[in-house]
Design a protein around this ligand. Structure first.
Ligand SMILES: [Zn+2]
Ligand SMILES: [Zn+2]
Length: 271
């Protein structure tokens, strides 16, 4: 199978293409003289990150300090002169391997502290990698990006306050970054405006006046679709309400059933 950057394949296809093992983050194949790297954002305990088109990729070994001479860490560390071609895949959704292309070492592997699979601090090796053609990583769906951030935040929230403080103080100064693709809905301006007119400056969930006025002197409210557009809701006056920023956030974070019912009732009564 011929692979193009951006192709999404299954684990079976990956294994067949490269003649490598069916699992692991670093899979060496003598048959094709390749090393396949899998940066798995769904399952892995590592937090690989892209900074200025360089992937900071965490090496092998899920417990204790990692060693540079261990197994495929060594293959990767020597990959610029051992003749092994290194291919990179990223996983954002279970069982979907996105091909990023051939990569090479962009600098000397360095050590940093990360948590192991038992949540114990240990030293890992991080390999700075760039794509051979120098290009940026392919953009990922905004949804996947958000899901990964949420997963990491949940993991972090389970640590002790001391551990979190320690890690926060020693954070990387440069934030990881990557391009994302998102879908924006072109919302009907009449429907939005009409929802605000109907609300008369009062949030339709908490029934309080808008928290402030805009520079134009208008009460500030935001329009919201009771059934989200992304979930198939319609862009109609029946499905649109005007909310204060707090309540709007709440609807997007909690989306409580009682709140939804209240908004639907409001919609019916102030027709
Ligand atoms: Zn409100
Ligand atoms: Zn909304």
């Amino acid at each position: 199978m011929s692979l193009l950057i951006g192709n999404v394949i299954t684990n079976d296809e990956l294994t067949q293409t490269f003649g490598c093992s069916t699992q692991g983050g670093m899979r060496r194949s003598n048959k094709t003289n390749t090393l396949v790297l899998v940066s798995n954002h769904v399952k892995s305990i590592y937090h690989d990150r892209w900074v200025d088109n360089v992937l900071h990729y965490t090496g092998m070994g899920t417990e204790g300090d990692q060693s540079l001479s261990f197994s495929q860490n060594r293959t990767l560390a020597e990959s610029n002169f051992n003749g092994v071609t290194v291919h990179l895949f990223e996983v954002f959704e279970d069982q979907k391997y996105t091909y990023q292309g051939v990569v090479k070492l962009a600098g000397t592997p360095y050590q940093e502290e990360q948590l192991d699979s038992n949540n114990t601090a240990r030293k890992v090796f991080v390999f700075p990698l760039v794509k051979q053609d120098g290009s940026a990583p392919i953009p990922i769906d905004r949804e996947h990006f958000d899901a990964i951030s949420k997963k990491v935040a949940t993991k972090v929230s389970k640590l002790s306050d001391e551990e979190i403080a320690e890690r926060a103080r020693n954070a990387h100064t440069r934030a990881g970054q990557r391009q994302t693709i998102s879908t924006s809905y072109e919302r009907n301006p009449f429907v939005m405006r009409y929802a605000k007119i109907r609300a008369k400056g009062i949030c339709q969930l908490c029934d309080q006046p808008a928290p402030f006025r805009t520079k134009d002197g208008e009460p500030y409210l935001e329009t919201h679709h009771i059934e989200w557009l992304s979930k198939g809701g319609t862009d109609t006056i029946e499905n649109t309400v005007a909310l204060c920023p707090n309540c709007h956030r709440k609807m997007h974070i909690v989306n409580d059933k009682q709140d939804r019912l209240k908004l639907k009732e409001k919609r019916k009564s102030n027709e």
